[in-house]
Design a protein around this ligand. Structure first.
Ligand code: NAD
Length: 431
């Protein structure tokens, strides 16, 4: 099939490359010329495992091209809308400026019978409104939320664990079946529903995941005042299949370009709908999450004798999660900025996110490697669980630092091994 992907960020670039690898003829469109220039040269403009290979492969086969010119989508049968829906400045609701602009730019180029497929995460009711703009052109709208995880985006796009279609016609459903033929034929569950349900599936899934993380972080807060161990607690409750162990890792909390803004936008939308009380709990989920960042800073302050001022602190991690260079609403970067704001001499390192962090926070000092960050540190704060940090050797690193103090903001280090090498170890919700 001939298709376009409008918006080539973390979601759209991967989607475009994955669709090409499934045999479709794809044109990716973005308003950012630098991004398009990189993509057109077969280079990934951000770090995502597997994406560079997919781009090169499909670039060479001629199935995938990128442009800033929206007119080049005119031949396409399917148009994916994958632009950003960030948090509105000064408010909690979603900023739909980019979605609206993308759809308006598409309108003059839609051929009758084309299918516009919304993938961006939007407040419930958006698709209904956009359909009114699209239908007069003879094209149709479907909503097909995306569930990919950064760091696993290629695999999640090619082999999703479910696909959701919000459609108004059987024809739209059939087109989407053809788009996702490989996954559909492999037996991937497909949920076919209306627009509102499709939009809500995405925000509900993110609200549930955020709730699960904040739930275990609330347990960590209780563990901290009782001497209990939240990691053992998580193992024990996780054995109950109704609960499950995944997403029960207490730590510095969630971040990124999705969960935080999506739960805020969801709550804002519920308020607009007169059902603010139904999602009032998401405010607590957000607050528990943000408190964990402060907790890491408080722990550092406490363990450094009451102040971090002029203390040399190695911050390991800046991305919001490992295997990504995404620093949007990153707990790790927030912790580095907070410590720096308190006068600590922060030396921060991340295997992929330093450049993005430097652009956002030029006032921070960045190291070239984990070892360079650790050199002469009076405290080490691990805030993104990259495997290279999880695998640090406590005996070897002991020789680098000025003081053996490690704060494990992700509960991924083995306390016994670190203590055995002479370190003071502090996790979150762990004695
Ligand atoms: P992003 O900011 O990385 O990418 C958005 C892209 O859209 C940018 O490159 C921007 O230049 C481009 N853009 C903006 N306006 C445009 C226009 N009018 N025409 C063409 N391009 C335009 O954001 P993202 O992380 O890719 O997220 C996109 C959407 O997908 C959001 O709604 C997000 O919530 C959702 N989503 C993201 C993920 C994820 O893991 N990143 C997962 C699922 C859903």
């Amino acid at each position: 099939m001939k298709m376009s992907v409008i918006g080539c960020g973390y979601l759209g670039a991967v989607h475009a490359a994955a669709m090409a690898s499934l045999g479709h003829e794809v044109v990716g469109v973005d308003v950012d010329p630098a991004k398009i220039e990189a993509l057109a040269a077969g280079q990934a403009p951000f770090f995502e495992p597997g994406l560079p290979e997919l781009l090169t492969e499909n670039h060479d086969s001629g199935k995938l091209r990128f442009t800033t010119d929206i007119a080049e989508v005119a031949e396409c049968d399917v148009h994916f809308v994958a632009v950003g829906t960030p948090q509105r400045r000064g408010g909690h609701s979603a900023d739909l400026t980019y979605v609206n602009a993308a759809v308006e730019s598409l309108l003059p180029h839609l051929k009758p019978g084309a299918l516009v497929v919304g993938k961006s995460t939007v407040p419930v009711g958006t698709a209904e409104r956009l359909a009114e703009r699209i239908e007069p052109t003879g094209a149709e709208l479907a909503w097909n939320p995306e569930f990919l995880r950064e760091g696993f985006a290629v695999k999640d796009t090619i082999e999703p664990d479910r696909i959701v279609y919000g459609v108004r016609s059987d024809r739209a459903r059939q087109i989407l079946d053809d788009v996702y033929r490989t996954a559909v034929d492999a037996g991937t569950p497909v949920v076919v529903t209306d627009y509102a349900t499709a939009e809500l599936v995405k925000t509900a899934a993110n609200a549930f995941l955020a709730t699960k993380i904040s739930f275990i972080n609330a347990m960590a807060e209780i563990a901290e005042v009782t001497g209990a161990d939240v990691t053992k607690l998580a193992d024990a409750i996780g054995h109950d299949a109704r609960i499950g162990r995944k997403f029960l890792n207490a730590g510095v909390g969630f971040g990124g370009g999705c969960l935080p803004k999506d739960i805020r936008a969801f709550r804002a939308r519920a308020e607009e709908l007169g059902r603010g009380e139904s999602l009032a709990f998401l405010k607590e989920i957000d607050e528990i999450n943000l408190r964990r960042r402060q907790r890491v800073v408080d722990l550092a302050t406490e363990l450094l004798g009451g102040s971090v001022y002029e203390k040399r602190i190695a911050v390991l991690g800046l991305a919001f999660k490992p295997n990504s260079d995404d620093i949007r609403d990153s707990p790790a970067l927030d912790v580095a900025v907070m410590l720096n704001g308190l006068g600590a001499e922060v030396l921060a390192f991340d295997p992929e996110a330093v450049e993005n962090a430097r652009r956002a926070h030029p006032q921070l000092v960045y190291a070239e490697s984990a070892e360079a960050a650790l050199k002469d540190a009076q405290a080490v704060v691990l805030v993104t669980e990259w495997s290279e940090f999880r695998e640090l050797d406590p005996a070897a690193t002991a020789g680098l630092v000025a003081q053996r103090l490690v704060i494990d903001g992700r509960n991924v280090l083995d306390p016994a091994a670190w203590q055995g090498a002479g370190w003071t170890y502090a996790g979150l919700g762990r004695p």
